[in-house]
Design a protein around this ligand. Structure first.
Ligand code: FAD
Ligand code: NAD
Length: 439
């Protein structure tokens, strides 16, 4: 059945897919006086991803970086309709989308279609696995809230099993070997948080095991963090060395099994690495829905890496469909900064479209990205930052940058509630240490 929207029939309906960085920036800015707005996403909250690595060890609690979408849209002049569901198909011909309730609890109706006048696709990206067998089965990703929860539980499981009565020394070593695949910012920040947990908490609560815990970061390229300046790459690699995080560069994972991975090392030998916890952070690939839409538009959607859009974020080959953020393939990196600027931009495009319809003289200009710099946490209260400065770039790293990193992430939280919760968690873990209970 076609769902009838209880909205103003005189206004056009904008459907937005997703509740991530792109979608939420769009929702915050779109004027609901001009449009009926419908949001569709399998999760009913926004997730502040930059602090997700901190949740894997309990520096920050999961709910502190989640914000219900209804909190975000409550100040709108007209109601934003939200459906917690996954969009499974987009039909550009009939201008409808199919949605499915993918939650554990379902009502009598689990599938329906909804019409749109304009569609904004902001569904983010999937985890890249290169189709390698075993990755989805045995590794943990670090993209969603449940990934951080799973890592935190599994980490404590490994530690407690290593401490099991009469455990063999080989098994202790394996269980306490934490392997991170991918030396991009996700892998680096996770390894950094894990190191802090080891130093600050495990040494205190598990003194007999702490010195056996080993962290290894595996990266296929010659260095980690290719998007940072060479000075900061070296600084990070030095800091990791001091922190006893082993960095295996020019090393490519070839096989993943339940207790070990096989890698092709820098000398072109196949080496097996036993692990207790495997975290997989090798970047993005398009989600099934994006691939399905691209297949429908195959004459214009020719990139396997993501949805192609023009400078106005219009999906190539489609009418009235826009795409923003990680689901697109553009000259920009797939970052929160880009996605949120695109979300803001697109809301202003819709504003201008409404004014043009009213007869006002407005121009729609192409999207322009303004880079605010790159920041990453590298452990032991140090962060690195590449910041644009007077047409150049300054690269800074250390404890002062860490203070800047924290204040930058506090100021970019969307709500006072989240700022308060995150600062409370920082204070709590400083005063009491992190909680080592296994959930
Ligand atoms: P997302 O934020 O991933 O949102 C996608 C949304 O679409 C989600 O709500 C999802 O539930 C929904 N969705 C998925 N499938 C469907 C479907 N079929 N139908 C409807 N909805 C769907 N970037 C930075 O700039 N700075 C950082 O410090 C930083 N740190 C990061 C740390 C981590 C651990 C990670 C994983 C990423 C980090 N990023 C950072 C990258 C940043 O998170 C992404 O670039 C950003 O989330 C992209 O925004 P998006 O809106 O395109 O996608
Ligand atoms: P990424 O694409 O940035 O890095 C993935 C890394 O994995 C690459 O360096 C790649 O060479 C390596 N890799 C791929 N296959 C491999 C294999 N088989 N074996 C070993 N290594 C392999 O991915 P990411 O770190 O998840 O980041 C995704 C996006 O999110 C990026 O745009 C990033 O800038 C952004 N992000 C930013 C921050 C931050 O600004 N602090 C934090 C996290 C993520």
């Amino acid at each position: 059945p076609m769902e009838q929207l209880p909205f103003d029939p005189k206004k056009r309906t904008v459907v937005i897919l997703g509740t991530g960085w792109g979608a939420i920036s769009f929702l915050r800015k779109i004027n609901t006086d001009d449009y009926n707005v419908v949001a569709v996403s399998p999760r009913n909250y926004f997730l502040f991803t930059p602090l997700l690595p901190s949740c894997t060890v309990g520096t920050i609690e999961l709910r502190s970086i989640m914000e219900p979408v209804r909190f975000i849209t409550r100040h709108k002049s007209r109601n934003v309709k939200f459906y917690e569901s996954e969009c499974t198909d987009i039909d550009p011909e009939s201008k409808t989308i199919s949605i499915t309730d993918v939650s554990d609890v379902k009502g009598a109706v689990t599938n329906t279609t909804i019409p749109y006048d304009y569609l904004v696709v902001a569904i983010g990206a999937d985890n890249q696995t290169f189709g390698m067998a075993g990755v989805r089965e045995f590794a943990c990703f670090l993209k969603e809230i449940w990934d951080a929860q799973k890592i935190r539980t599994r980490l404590m499981d490994c530690i407690e099993s290593a401490g099991f009565a009469s455990q063999t020394p080989e098994e202790v070593d394996r269980l306490l070997h934490m392997v991170v695949v991918g030396g991009g910012p996700t892998g680096v920040e996770y390894a950094a948080e894990l190191h802090d947990f080891l130093k600050d908490d495990l040494e205190l609560w598990y003194p007999e095991l702490a010195d056996k815990l080993k962290i290894t970061l595996v990266e296929a390229l010659p260095n980690v963090l290719p998007m940072f300046s060479s000075q900061l790459i070296q600084y990070t690699e030095r800091t990791f060395k001091q922190n006893k995080i082993e960095v295996l560069t020019k090393t490519m994972v070839k096989e993943v099994a339940d207790k070990e991975i096989k890698v092709l090392d820098a000398d072109k030998n196949i080496v097996s690495i036993p692990y207790g916890l495997l975290v997989w952070a090798t970047g993005n690939c398009p989600r099934p829905l994006a691939r399905k839409m691209m297949a429908r538009l195959k004459h214009t959607q020719t990139s396997p890496r993501g949805i192609l859009v023009d400078n106005y974020m219009r999906v190539a080959g489609a009418n009235d469909i826009y795409a923003i953020g990680d689901c697109t393939f553009t000259k920009y990196a797939p970052t929160a900064q880009v996605a949120s600027q695109q979300g803001n931009y697109l809301a202003s495009v819709f504003d201008n479209l409404a004014r043009i319809e009213e007869g006002q003289d407005k121009k729609i200009t192409p999207f322009e990205y303004s880079h605010q710099g790159s920041l990453a946490y590298i452990g032991s209260d140090k962060a690195i930052a590449d910041l644009p400065f007077l047409n150049g770039n300054v690269s800074v790293g250390g404890v002062a940058t860490f203070v800047f990193w924290r204040s930058a992430y506090i100021s970019t939280q969307f709500s006072f509630r989240n700022k308060f919760l995150v600062m409370g968690d920082w204070l709590k873990s400083t005063v009491f240490g992190r909680d080592v209970s296994r959930e």
